[in-house]
Design a protein around this ligand. Structure first.
Ligand code: PEP
Ligand code: MG
Length: 747
């Protein structure tokens, strides 16, 4: 960047800082700022538009437009060029504003005489505050250096904490933090929790956005980055003897902490006149804007890593934040925009609950929260802005609801709910070592679903009889590179050790669709759920499956082994996958490695086609496991990830139950062991119905074992089957109402 532009920019920032520090009234100061910017940038116009509310921008100060338009001209987000800047959080730079897309003529401003327009967003920590605009009569496009300088100015402007006061928001803001607020988000891990807010990343206040001496700032930045790197290394060392998953995640941080591009951009910002912390924040804003715009899940996760590092760096530079500030409450409910799995593992089981502004059900953080059984609500819009450290909060993970600073009626109702849950937990604990035997003497075997080492302690706590589904892809998903065979073998061996002789059904890698490996090129498919996934990938590119099968055989090291292939849609896929297992066995024999004492090779039944596969298929497989999540989505043609259609079709729909019953009967005919491992197995009402139509093995989240067992032990399956049959005869769409009525009559 040209030296003189940098010097100009620094001078402007210093003048701005002086203007901000002056003891003049707010409006006067804002007017002075627009004057300073216009003069320094050599434009006739400089205007500041600020958000009045989420939807409307108001012209709050101007140099060059009609003064009478101030506080009169308003635009909706997306309206006109200014609205376009705000909506997309992107610069609009044009030499011919009236012809630009979206231009809207505001007659009261008198702006028709200005041809050139450059608008940049004013943002603070991802929050859109407004738009800063310069305009000139002369037809010219602003140079990249000028646009950059304007962005730097916008950054300093954003630090004027009293900006909100110009549009009457200021007063509302302070009251806001005392009222009770309810957030309706999404449910990512069930359970109810009460506690006090612990902000994962309390907002760091940058009080000195402008610096006098770039050399000093560069030194501060470089020292802070060194401290950051040491910190990340320490975290890595700390994790070294612990969890592999945590280690992998932290390695990604290390990569970012050493990123040259990130450092270079911050150094440029400092050269423009920003202080080190303002430079960090400017790049953080840019990353957040990108984060909102990228749809690729992997990229979003990486940008989130960068966001997290920026926060750490800001805390180091300002001495504010978690390390130095508030004490963590004894009953912390963590609130964050988003959180990485590594950070969540660091907090561990201390947390009572988690509330995120972003996140997704399939995110790595959600996987960890589930493994730790911590209630998690996602998509709680604006919770990080509303919540303050120490605020009282109640979260309902079942409904995805958060009550912040709840009033007394909510508190009473909520505590009743928690007390009921605690009672139920006691009841579950009392039957933990008892079988799930029904009143008419049928025993249903309950196993758990797992995927991380962190899941394994639940095997003993929940009373599960084994692991009915070990989703091996989770190990691949939480890493940044393909795991090696020896690593996998060690991990599987530890899983078998932890299971202590109980059966573990290892499902081979099930990737594709919503499960995208960070280090594999994503496939651009029109219908990923119907696309190249699971065993289809494994058979087309067998390298990874071969490595995985070998790792499993090595891990078993002479112990019994159970392996299951996902997403088998026709007989020859099973045969081909089984042939891979036979080859792996032959290879191990040649190498002189011990073979498993016994080996079972099964298939997941997740496509309706397999329900109608030849009898020989049923005879050949060692066992089948119904993946109800996928099976249901294909049976009803309703995407399991699409909230609009997902709940439309009930599992207890007569067609689906009858289809499942047909599968059960075929398995009885052919003597094929059968289980059900989709999420529905963990829902008590669904589970008893599955048992009623003949399923005797159900695999579910560990937390579901207690409730499912409890209901099974109180039900008469033959009677329930009669209720289901009657509902079918009656031509009902779903058997649920009759089943519910029957169960209620029994309690
Ligand atoms: C299923 O589809 O039901 C299943 C258990 O597999 P996943 O949820 O991992 O796709
Ligand atoms: Mg599946």
């Amino acid at each position: 960047m040209a030296q003189d532009t940098q010097t100009e920019s620094r001078k402007l920032l210093q003048r701005l800082r002086d203007a901000l520090a002056e003891d003049s009234a707010g409006q006067e100061r804002l007017d002075k700022i627009t004057h300073l910017i216009a003069t320094s940038m050599g434009t006739e116009v400089c205007s500041i538009y600020l958000f009045r509310d989420d939807e409307t921008l108001e012209l709050c100060a101007t140099e060059g437009l009609n003064a009478a338009a101030v506080h009169q001209t308003r635009l909706r987000i997306g309206e006109g060029l200014v609205g376009r800047v705000a909506k997309a959080s992107k610069v609009v730079n044009t030499d011919d504003a009236p012809s630009a897309r979206g231009f809207r003529f505001m007659p009261e401003t008198g702006e028709e005489i200005f041809s050139s327009f450059c608008g940049v967003p004013v943002q603070r920590l991802g929050d859109n505050l407004g738009v800063l605009v310069v305009q000139s009569k002369e037809k010219r496009t602003f140079s990249p250096d000028e646009v950059y300088a304007l962005e730097v100015v916008a950054m300093v402007l954003a630090e004027m904490t009293e900006l909100g006061a110009f549009v009457g928001e200021g007063a509302a803001m302070s009251a806001r933090h005392q009222q009770s607020v309810m957030f309706r988000g999404g449910c990512a891990q069930e359970g109810a929790a009460e506690g006090h807010i612990w902000l994962h990343e309390p907002r760091v206040v940058v009080t000195n956005p402008v610096a006098d001496d770039p050399e000093v700032e560069l030194k501060r930045l470089s020292e802070a980055v060194d401290t950051l790197r040491v910190g990340v290394d320490k975290m890595l060392d700390g994790a070294g003897n612990g969890d592999k998953e945590q280690l992998q995640v932290l390695e990604a941080y290390r990569m970012f902490a050493n990123s040259k591009g990130w450092m270079r951009r911050m150094e440029q910002d400092i050269a423009q006149g920003l202080s080190a912390e303002a430079a960090v924040e400017k790049e953080q804003n840019a990353a957040r804007t990108r984060m909102e715009q990228v749809t690729d899940a992997y990229l979003r996760e990486r940008l989130h890593d960068l966001d997290d590092l920026s926060n750490r760096l800001l805390r180091i530079l300002t001495g504010q934040g978690a390390e130095t500030g508030a004490d963590m409450p004894a009953d912390p409910v963590l609130v964050a925009r988003n959180i990485g799995p590594g950070e969540l593992l660091e907090y561990g089981r201390n947390l009572r609950g988690i509330v995120l502004e972003e996140g997704s059900v399939g995110s790595h953080a959600a996987i960890v929260a589930r493994a730790l059984a911590i209630p998690l609500v996602i998509h709680a819009d604006r919770v990080t802005t509303e919540a303050l450290n120490g605020d009282h909060v109640m979260i309902d993970g079942d409904q995805g609801i958060v009550h912040l600073r709840p009033d007394d009626t909510v508190v009473t109702a909520f505590r009743d709910k928690i007390a009921m849950e605690a009672k139920a937990q006691e009841r579950y604990a009392s039957i933990r070592d008892k079988p799930a035997t029904t009143l008419d003497g049928e025993t249903v075997h309950l196993t758990m679903n797992a995927g991380l080492m962190a899941d394994l302690p639940s095997l003993a706590n929940s009373g599960a009889e084994g692991v009915g589904l070990f989703r091996t892809e989770l190990q691949f998903l939480v890493r940044n590179q393909m795991p090696r065979r020896t690593e996998l073998a060690q991990l599987y061996s530890r899983v078998m050790d932890a299971a202590d002789g109980k059966r573990v059904v290892f499902r081979t890698l099930d990737i594709g669709s919503d499960k995208v490996l960070p280090y594999m090129a994503p496939q651009d498919e029109p219908n990923p759920a119907l696309g190249w996934r699971a065993v289809r990938v494994a058979l087309d590119k067998p390298g990874v499956m071969r490595m995985q099968l070998q790792a499993l055989l090595r891990a078993a090291n002479g112990r019994p082994l159970t392996v299951m292939f996902p997403f088998i849609a026709q007989f020859d896929e099973y045969r081909a996958a089984r042939a891979e297992m036979d080859k792996a066995l032959a290879r191990e024999t040649i190498l002189g490695h011990p073979l498993p004492a016994s080996l079972e090779v099964g298939a997941m039944l997740e496509t309706p086609s397999l329900g109608f596969a030849p009898k020989k298929f049923y005879e050949e497989v060692d066992f089948l496991s119904i993946g109800g999540n996928d099976l249901k989505q294909f049976f009803f043609a309703a995407d399991r990830e699409n909230e609009r259609v997902r709940r439309r079709y009930d599992t207890l729909n007569v067609s689906f139950l009858t289809f499942l019953e047909g599968i059960v009967n075929r398995c009885v005919d052919t003597d094929t062991p059968l289980s059900f491992c989709g999420e529905d197995a963990g829902r008590p009402i669904e589970a008893v119905c599955l048992a009623a139509i003949g399923l005797r093995n159900l695999s579910m989240r560990p937390a579901s074992i207690g409730p499912v067992k409890s209901l099974l032990r109180r039900v008469n399956l033959a009677e329930l089957k009669a209720v289901i049959d009657q509902a079918r005869t009656n031509g009902e769409q779903s058997v649920r109402p009759e089943v519910m009525a029957y169960l209620r009559s029994q309690s």
